[in-house]
Design a protein around this ligand. Structure first.
Ligand code: MN
Length: 492
């Protein structure tokens, strides 16, 4: 997949948690099972609550006194009527909590903060806000972990009901000079509004830095009353993005993250192999998509990491085509760019195959260039090199062949919890980072510079690579990739 895209999905735990029919004497068993299920379903199998706790500690170690992190998860989005899009938590939020419910927020503080709210005393440096237990609502939408169980299940200091988030924020923000907040593109305004309304009506200014605006002066009196005598924060609060602290951590994958991501790549391979075997003229793109996504789910992936691209013939010229409604024609190519998401990590692999089972001479020639470009870039992928530089390597190979102008997107992106994962194109590669290498050639249908047989061809080859001290290690190498491998698989 070649650029940004968001998706909204739901975690699978909801259906697991219906344990209401146990006899009385199994009450203890029921409780234990429930806690085990909660632990298993909120944290991935290999990434334990202890690991999430260590990540929070590593983040807090980077916070000075007066510095705060406020992370909000995603919200549930309405699809139509009263039907919701599937929910998928915010990746930064999940990275630090392993907690997958909507309506939650995490506050980490640089120094211990103490306050009393209601009849509770709090003292600590990590505070999770989440939905309270609500038996009526839970009957419809699944079990809420709730504030009482959260500290044990998630190994977090303090858990409070999300309903008192705005009441607690002024206490948590006492003495604040810098707030790191997740400035999610879609939620920027929302995140800041929550903070602004809950604290002291800070109003956004340019360049990502925000100060208290004039309006606050008018509200100040009222706010003082509202915050019950708490000293308001400094006049100048710097808002920064949590990217600065969390993203360098997310970019370097641990052994357990690598293991999970490898599973996502392997499941993606299951889907692609089944699809390639099924492809023939007359089939529809959505039928190929169904085969791919069936294999994903059947092999334990919770969802796709992004909408599956199954593009035949000229549809491949549309980089993010996902309508998948066209009938496959003999003689054409089929481009599949897909990724299974396993325990919140997604793969991203693309294969282009001949609908009739064998590449035409033109298709063979162009596909050969993609293989060459990918091999050249993989050979150049060593610690220290940037995505920008890899892109340059690829372009030089394609320029020699005369096809550079048909390569219309970047060669690589980082890969992880988000398909276009955190990290920049100028970030030097380090061991433990994972990225894609995806050369493509897209020749417009009416291009006069090439013979007829080249027009309307769109193809992409994408694999996932781990950076090591010794160079690149391909994670998706088992998925048929060469002309011989693809043609032989299609004959089976
Ligand atoms: Mn990609």
């Amino acid at each position: 997949m070649v650029a940004d895209q968001n998706s909204h999905h739901r975690l699978p735990f909801i259906k697991l948690l219906t344990l209401d029919n146990y006899p009385e004497e199994y009450a203890m068993l029921k409780l234990v099972s429930l806690l085990v299920l909660i632990t298993l379903s909120w944290a991935t199998a290999r990434i334990t609550p202890e690991i999430y706790r260590q990540r929070r500690a590593a983040v807090r170690a980077q916070l000075g006194p007066g510095e705060r992190i406020v992370l909000l998860t995603e919200t549930v989005t309405i699809r139509n009527g009263d039907v919701e899009h599937e929910f998928r938590p915010n990746s930064d939020f999940w990275y630090l909590t392993g907690f997958g419910e909507p309506e939650a927020a995490l506050v980490l503080t640089g120094e211990d903060v103490s306050f009393s709210l209601g009849d509770q005393d709090y003292r600590g440096n990590e505070f999770l806000f989440l939905r309270e237990k609500n038996p009526v609502r839970e009957r419809w939408t699944g079990i809420h972990l709730g504030a009482e169980r959260a500290p044990g299940a998630l190994l977090i200091d303090h858990a409070l009901p999300i309903d008192i988030f705005t009441d607690a924020l002024p206490y948590l923000m006492q003495g604040t000079g810098t707030i790191y907040v997740n400035l999610n593109r879609d939620k920027l305004e929302q995140s800041l509004t929550v903070l602004a309304e809950a604290t002291l009506q800070w109003v956004p200014k340019e360049n990502g830095v925000f100060i208290i605006a004039d309006a606050v002066r008018r509200f100040r009196k009222r706010l003082r009353a509202r915050t019950r005598g708490i000293k308001p924060p400094n006049w100048k609060i710097a808002y920064k993005s949590t990217d600065e602290i969390i993203h360098p951590m997310r970019l370097r994958k641990s052994a357990s993250e690598l293991e999970v991501l490898q599973r996502a790549v392997d499941v993606t391979g299951d889907g692609l192999v089944a699809a390639i075997q099924r492809v023939h003229p007359g089939l529809y793109e959505y039928q190929v998509q169904a085969t791919i996504e069936y294999e994903f789910k059947d092999n334990g992936a919770q969802r796709e990491g992004f909408p599956s691209i199954v593009a035949s013939g000229p549809n491949a010229l549309n980089l993010h085509y996902s309508e998948n409604s066209r009938q496959l024609q003999s003689g054409e190519l089929l481009l599949m760019d897909v990724g299974a998401e396993v325990d919140m990590y997604t793969a991203d692999v693309a294969r282009t195959v001949p609908v009739s089972g064998s590449f035409s001479p033109t298709q063979r020639e162009l596909y050969g260039y993609l293989l060459e470009v990918q091999a050249a870039a993989a050979a150049a992928l060593k610690p220290g090199i940037t995505i920008n530089e890899l892109n340059q390597v690829a372009r030089e190979v394609l320029e020699e062949k005369g096809y550079d102008q048909y390569f219309i997107h970047n060669l690589s992106h980082w890969l992880g919890m988000d398909v276009h994962d955190v990290g920049r194109k100028a970030t030097p590669a380090e061991p433990g980072m994972i990225l894609t290498i995806e050369p493509g050639i897209y020749i417009p249908v009416d291009d006069q510079a090439v013979p007829q047989s080249y027009r309307g061809i769109g193809m992409r080859l994408e694999d996932d690579f781990l950076v090591t001290e010794k160079g690149a290690v391909i994670l998706s190498g088992k998925i048929p990739r060469t002309i011989e491998e693809i043609e032989s698989l299609m004959k089976q």
